[in-house]
Design a protein around this ligand. Structure first.
Ligand code: MD3
Ligand code: FE
Length: 217
């Protein structure tokens, strides 16, 4: 009886998959909270709309972004950094919704990172054709802190590389509701997203949203 009930406890979650020494994919981990996540996301995007940012080299980043939390990731001709203010409004970023924080803490603990408290959340919005080229996330202060990523909407192929840009990459499919946690020695690995395929997701339409919870400051 106990185990049967447990099956219904979180019906849509599947077995964790370790894809690196300290990287775990938690398939469907966010599904039971989607009904809270989507309205929270809508409030964030209402206060701080998605926008295209510019690379320090002057290129437009195709993936549109916004942030919530004490700090938000920004890019412009002056470089990549975290900022407490939204450059569009001059105001602080909207607060991190408690449901984001709880999800991140719970996911991080599954990966062996106890008491994770995010202070920054970068939200990426992909339209079909949009990609994210291989990069490292190195603007955060403390690389011993993990990053938790939540995928919603259309599926994507994640590229997981090594510590050098030219290292071979592993492809990992990410579906609506999947959560990944990175830390430790995998924290600085190169990664990216292949061009998003056409499609329509029943809840989010023709797009993919990914948000990453970080301890940036
Ligand atoms: C692996 N976003 O926002 S999330 C990013 O799906 C970013 O939008 C991708 O890369 C997306 O910076 C991938 C997963 C992710 C985030 C941070 C990582 C993977 C990572 C840091 C180190 C290694
Ligand atoms: Fe990244």
């Amino acid at each position: 009886m106990q185990t049967e009930l447990a099956l219904f406890d979180s019906p849509q979650r599947r077995e964790p998959q370790w894809v690196g020494q300290q990287t775990v994919l938690l398939p469907g981990f966010a599904l039971e909270r989607v009904e809270q996540l989507l309205p929270a996301l809508r409030r964030v995007v209402h206060a701080a709309p998605f926008r295209n940012m510019t690379t320090p080299g002057g290129r437009t980043i195709a993936v549109r972004v916004t942030n919530c939390g004490e700090l938000g990731w920004v890019s412009d001709l002056r470089g990549y950094r975290y900022s407490p203010l939204d450059p569009l409004s001059g105001q602080p970023w909207p607060p991190l919704p408690p449901v984001f924080l709880e999800l991140a803490r719970e996911a991080a603990s599954q990966a062996g990172f106890a008491d994770f408290t995010a202070d920054a959340c970068l939200v990426n919005s992909y339209l079909p054709g949009n990609r994210l080229t291989l990069h490292q996330d190195r603007n955060e202060r403390d690389f011993s802190q993990p990053i938790v990523s939540v995928s919603l909407g259309l599926p994507a192929t994640f590229l997981f590389g090594g510590h050098a840009r030219a290292d071979r990459t592993q492809k990992i499919g990410l579906q609506h509701g999947d959560v990944m946690v990175w830390g430790g020695e995998d924290r600085l690995r190169f990664h990216g997203i292949l061009p998003l395929k056409d499609g329509v997701h029943p809840l989010l339409g023709a797009r993919r949203i990914n948000f990453t919870l970080r301890k940036a400051g």
